[in-house]
Design a protein around this ligand. Sequence first.
Ligand code: TSJ
Length: 651
Amino acid sequence: MDNEKLVYGEATNTKVETDYNADEIQVLEGLEAVRKRPGMYIGSTGPRGLHHLVYEIVDNSIDEALAGYCTKITVSILPGNIIKVEDNGRGIPVGINAKTGLPAVTVVFTVLHAGGKFGGGSYKVSGGLHGVGASVVNALSEWLEVKVCDGEYEYTQRFERGHECYKLKKGEKTSERGTTVLFKADSEIFQETDVYEYDILKTRLREQSFLNAGIHIELRDERDSENVIVNNFHYEGGIRSYVEHLNKRSNPIHPDVIYLAASNAEDTAAVEIAMQYTDSYRELMLSFANNINTVDGGTHVEGFKRSLTRVMNDYARKFNKLKENDENLSGEDIREGLCVVISVKVKEAEFEGQTKTKLGNTEVRGMVDKLVSDKLMTFLEENPGVAKTIFEKALASQRAREAARKARESVRRKSALESAKLPGKLADCQSKDTSITEIYIVEGDSAGGSAKGGRDRRYQAILPLWGKMLNVEKARADKVYGNDKLMPVITALGCGIGDQFDITKLRYNKVIIMADADVDGQHIRTLLLTFFFRYMRPLIEEGHIYIAQPPLYRITHKKEHKYAYSDMERDQILAEIEGKSDIQRYKGLGEMDSEQLWETTMNPETRIMLRVELHDAVEADETFSILMGDSVEPRREFIEQNAKYVQNLDI
Ligand code: TSJ
């Protein structure tokens, strides 16, 4: 290995010494800092941070795969939420590092930021906001064990909370190669939870196998020995398979995924693009740089958008799809229904922005642009049928966008003429202080009536909704403007939708959906959430959307009322009561009078509300397409699988 490249711990400024004890002191100072402020290194000590530990370790094996030396990675969740990561790479080097006098593998686990600084030569996953390395995982683990096989011997070492339990131990002879790491997250640090969620790891590992074509990744859940769960991910098609996966619940409008790839002459950067159009009205673009999801885009995304728009318009002019007087197609029109994955790998990736999820390398913009210009134009010329389908879709989008603009303007004109802009059905609150105001969006006129009677009118507004709500998942934007069910919601909230959305104009701090606890109520909740997700997403992201929880039962005992919000609570209350009591099951909000509704569902002192949170926009995107889109079978499957989570409103 290349010792020269090893950078010594960055946490302290102590002069580098060869004296072993001094080194160890410095090492521990570094790792103590991680334990003192874990959030600085892994973002949070909640579930996200916990899962991040696994990614940190797995990324090292993926780096080894990118270097061309590892083909298989196995990740297991063992009983007690112990994580095991195994690969068949070369094994972390065990040779003594000149600067520290320690075996390289020990350095990897005890010196901050030591990982990835030696070896070199290939693309590295490590980067992004929390590309922090194995020593951070070690510092935050109750214990960690590593086993390295280098084709000659087996080596092992154990650490507890970052401290070596013993020096690297040389064991049996072996002809095998590879690295195994076992660790237990420290529950002193991860106080909220130390339980891994299989599906979170599954999504991430599947994504990583799409991004690294050919790699084998196995995920195992062995926590319940009678029910071991195993998933194997292996995609020879790489990001082509990713696009197929993303589109498996949609209707593609051309048969094959379009795939474009190139690398530069110096071989310091490689770009891959996979794309396919569906009949949907949305665009789904995922971008990655060195396998890190660049949620804020960057130069690769800019290059792609710019060149896609140019190439499509050039082609349209060349083949007379657009006449001389026709306007150019806009980028949005061209991307309607497009599902695209862009993956770039660069030797020296620069990540920008607060969360370091935006690619900054300027050379990438031109590279992507050139790739699309050269290869996509050729593709369109060679596949005129596909080209025609795509253009017809873009033209339809252009017409709809024009119609939406007209609809929007007519709505604006109308509201400018009317003196009272707010919807007639809205019972507004008195306060204009938008930090305390609330709006209840209530299903049905009778419940709306009770809510109006029961509310605290100083800060609570009521907007009743009735009739069939538009499913925005199946409609273009022009249908949303002027829709008689959605317009009252839009005007009452005051912040517009889509590109015109402006959260500073939001008229209420809390937007509360209040509907019956039955199937119809569930339907209206889902339709409204879909609408907020597609057209007012920041409302969800910034935590303004809530679901009211009306009680399911009223238990009357000796003229006193108690309310139960679940069957379990009902049973608890009944167990405490002696003798006979009267149980009323509420079928709908309409059965409650104003006073009861206030008491059980609207009084901030006593009410229960669920705040809607958005954890993963891509997953939520998929969920909404399943729930509200065309295909029936995936919806049935989804509902069956999630029926047990109905209380959990994470989307
Ligand atoms: F970082 C880690 F400890 F967390 C970790 C590293 C965990 C796991 C499960 C695997 C690995 C890992 C590291 N797998 N493979 C490697 N490879 C190297 O570290 C390596 C091997 C040989 C050479 C070389 O130049 O000969 C260079 C490197 C970086």
